[in-house]
Design a protein. Structure first.
Length: 294
C-alpha cells in the first residue's frame, strides 16, 4: 500500500512539467554592451548548468547592433531556440495589421540566418487581437509565413518584479537579496500552480507548460534558484521545443480579445468563472511587494 501511495504521488509530482522561455532581449541602449553581455552570460550559464534548453523570443530592435546580435547568436550556438517577437515590440490592438506584420517580417529577416532559429512567434504583451479581423488576420498571416504561435501557458509578472528589484538594488547595493528572492520565487511557483490547476480543470493532465520570463536583471540574478525551487517542489523541466510540441499548443481558442495565457483563453472559451483580467499585471503584485518593504 505504502508503495502504491509512493508510486502515485511520484506520478502526480512528475506530471508537473514546465519549460523556460525568455522574451525581448537585453536592451543594449539602456544597459550598454558590458552589462548586457553579463546578463546574457548569467542566464545562459544557469541554463547550461541545469542542462536545459530554452527558447528566446527576440525583439530585434533591442539588440540591433553587432554586439547585440552576438549575444543572440550565443543562444543558438548553445542549443537554445531563437524565435520572433517582432522588431519594435508594437501593441497589436492599436497598430494597423499591415504595419504589425511588416515589423514581424523585418525581424524574421534578421533572425532566420542565425543558429537555433525556429519559426515560432510570440505576441508582445500577449495581445493576439482585439477584433476578429485582427485575430484571424494574424492567424492566417502566421500560417502563410510558416510560423506557429509560441504561446505562453504560465504567465507571471516577472517584468514587474524586475522593475522593483532594480529600483531596490540601486538603493541597497550591498543588502542581502534573500528576502526579495523568496518573494519572487514564491510568486512564480504560485502562478505555475494556478495555471497547472487551470490545465487540470480543462482536462489537460500532464501538459508541458511554457513559463514566460524576460531577459532581465532579476532572472540573471536568480535563475539558478528559480530552477532549483521548482525542482524542489516536484516540477520537472523539459526543453522548450519539446513543450511546444504538446498538442495543447496547437489549439487556437476563439476568444476576444485574443491572447494572454493560452490556458486563460481556453478557460474563457469554456466559460470558467473568476478569471482575472488582464491575466497578469502589476496591480496584482504591487501590494505584496510593498508589504514586504520593496
Ligand atoms: Zn515582450
Amino acid at each position: 500500500m505504502k508503495c502504491l501511495i509512493l508510486l502515485l504521488s511520484g506520478a502526480l509530482l512528475s506530471a508537473q512539467t514546465l519549460s523556460l522561455t525568455f522574451d525581448d532581449g537585453p536592451d543594449l541602449k539602456a544597459l550598454g554592451p558590458v552589462q548586457a553581455s553579463a546578463q546574457n552570460e548569467a542566464i545562459l550559464g544557469a541554463l547550461r548548468e541545469a542542462r536545459l534548453h530554452a527558447t528566446f523570443f527576440v525583439a530585434g530592435g533591442r539588440v540591433d547592433s553587432p554586439e547585440g546580435w552576438a549575444l543572440v547568436r550565443a543562444w543558438g550556438e548553445a542549443g537554445h531556440g531563437v524565435a520572433n517577437h517582432t522588431y519594435s515590440h508594437p501593441y497589436l490592438p492599436s497598430t494597423p495589421l499591415d504595419r504589425y506584420q511588416a515589423d514581424i517580417l523585418r525581424n524574421d529577416a534578421l533572425l532566420r540566418p542565425l543558429p537555433g532559429f525556429v519559426a515560432l512567434f510570440r505576441f508582445p504583451y500577449l495581445k493576439e487581437g482585439k477584433t476578429s479581423a485582427q485575430r484571424d488576420g494574424m492567424r492566417a498571416f502566421l500560417a502563410a509565413q510558416g510560423y506557429r504561435n509560441g504561446a505562453v501557458s504560465i504567465d507571471a509578472s516577472d517584468w514587474y518584479f524586475d522593475q522593483r528589484y532594480r529600483a531596490w538594488r540601486a538603493q541597497h547595493p550591498t543588502a542581502d537579496p534573500a528576502p526579495f528572492r523568496r518573494a519572487y520565487l514564491g510568486h512564480l511557483l504560485d502562478r505555475a500552480k494556478y495555471y497547472e490547476s487551470l490545465a487540470q480543470r480543462l482536462g489537460y493532465w500532464g501538459m508541458k507548460h511554457t513559463l514566460l520570463l524576460h531577459h532581465n536583471a532579476i532572472n540573471a540574478a536568480f535563475l539558478p534558484d528559480l530552477i532549483r525551487h521548482f525542482r524542489e517542489h516536484g516540477w520537472t523541466f523539459v526543453d522548450a521545443q519539446e513543450a511546444f510540441r504538446d498538442p495543447v499548443f496547437q489549439l487556437q481558442p476563439e476568444v476576444l480579445p485574443a491572447g494572454e495565457s493560452l490556458l486563460w483563453s481556453l478557460a474563457k472559451v469554456r466559460g470558467v468563472q473568476g478569471l482575472r483580467y488582464p491575466a497578469e499585471d502589476a496591480v496584482y503584485e504591487k501590494a505584496t511587494l510593498e508589504a514586504l518593504g520593496y
